[in-house]
Design a protein around this ligand. Structure first.
Ligand SMILES: NC(=O)c1ccc[n+]([C@@H]2O[C@H](COP(=O)([O-])OP(=O)(O)OC[C@H]3O[C@@H](n4cnc5c(N)ncnc54)[C@H](OP(=O)(O)O)[C@@H]3O)[C@@H](O)[C@H]2O)c1
Length: 334
């Protein structure tokens, strides 16, 4: 992958979030960007981030902008002189989005429109937006808003016209060990001395992706995206019941039923997408159905997937054993 970061100015919306901090650390420790700008609302989260030794070490390059993605003028101010934008800001808790749909729409949909307009108005050349498996055939409002956001970023390549700018997407599922996910939930129960772990459904599967793998995929999209692609990592699947066994060997389990807005499996590529999906060594790319400008070309080094192909954690070809899960759990401990 070519080094396109050195000497460039990068802005990340939602830079104080889990992804944003991991991305910022990775970029600062592996590259020499000119400036790295964090754009988010809460001054305290920015203060805490700026106090981290890694960011202190790079403080000459760091900028902290207070701003809301709902505010286009502020985005335009922040984007002055910026080369690349990573759009990570979102409302992403499924129940919170269900209960506050208008707020989810304002941040995830109107915010996406503002980021696109502001990038087009300020000379940004590359934009990568984060998507989720929940945007694929969505069953909850969070997924619905992210589907609209994905469509907006893909169509933004039409507005680009002759302008040197591309908009691409990176999609992944729940990050192993992320806040509110099953690993910290089981960990909490085990610490309290529970010997029985609740499983929503014994058939439930998930993909295993680390935050670092998510960061690397975004960097790949930044380096290789021509506009309109959805980049998806090839990663292993696991059964949630095997995760319970890996975390508490010999534990009892009970089946407690699927939660509202939850799916049995994570789906990244649907059968309907298969006609526009190419497979590469380490990832898939779903190309847009309509190419909006001549810069949007397919990377032909891969191969087209079969018609009707689905990339789902439930039908994956790569599975983790209990031992492998136990080994990778170590990555989620710090
Ligand atoms: N975590 C996962 O497992 C996962 C999986 C798949 C996809 N994703 C996607 O990855 C992205 C990043 O997720 P994450 O886990 O890093 O989320 P996170 O930890 O909840 O961080 C969200 C970030 O967005 C900022 N933010 C929220 N609303 C904002 C607004 N209106 N204007 C500006 N900034 C705002 C937050 O800071 P303030 O509150 O201070 O504004 C924070 O910096 C999201 O787009 C999410 O949909 C996450």
């Amino acid at each position: 992958m070519s080094n396109i970061i050195d000497g460039k100015t990068i802005l990340i919306t939602g830079g104080t979030g889990s992804f944003g901090k991991c991305f910022a650390k990775y970029v600062l420790e592996h590259y020499e960007p000119k400036k790295f700008i964090v754009y988010s609302r809460d001054e305290y989260k920015q203060f805490v981030m700026s106090s981290d030794p890694v960011f202190r070490r790079h403080e000459a390059k760091m900028r902290y902008f207070i701003g809301d993605v709902r505010d286009r003028e502020r985005l335009e101010r922040a984007l002055h002189g910026v080369d690349y934008v990573i759009h990570a800001a979102a409302l992403k808790q499924v129940p919170a989005c269900e209960y506050n749909p208008a707020e989810a729409i304002k941040t995830n949909i109107n915010g996406a429109m503002n980021v696109i307009d502001a990038c087009l108005n300020t000379g940004v050349t590359k934009v990568v937006a984060l998507s989720t498996d929940k945007a694929v055939n969505p069953v909850n409002l969070y997924g619905g808003t992210k589907l609209v956001s994905d469509k907006l970023f893909i169509a933004a390549n039409a507005y680009a016209g002759d302008q040197d700018i591309s908009f691409s997407i990176v999609r992944y599922g729940n990050v192993a060990g992320s806040r509110g996910s099953v690993i910290p939930f089981f960990r909490g129960l085990i610490e309290k001395g529970e010997t029985t772990l609740p499983i929503t459904d014994y058939r439930m599967t998930r993909f295993w992706i680390s935050l670092k793998q998510g960061v690397e995929l975004v960097l790949k999209a930044l380096a290789e995206g021509k506009g309109g692609e959805t980049f998806i990592s090839k990663i292993p699947s696991f059964y949630v019941k095997d995760l319970a066994e890996a975390m508490l060997p010999g534990c009892r389990t009970t089946e407690v039923g699927i939660r509202p807005g939850e799916k049995l499996h994570e789906v990244m590529v649907t059968a309907e997408d298969s006609a526009n999906t190419m497979e590469y060594d380490k990832n898939f790319i779903v190309y847009p159905q309509i190419m909006f400008n001549e810069r949007q070309v397919r990377d032909m080094s891969g191969r087209a997937v079969e018609d009707g192909f689905v990339y789902s954690s439930g039908t994956n070809t790569e599975w983790m054993t209990v031992e492998e899960i136990r080994e990778r759990l170590k990555e989620t401990e710090d």
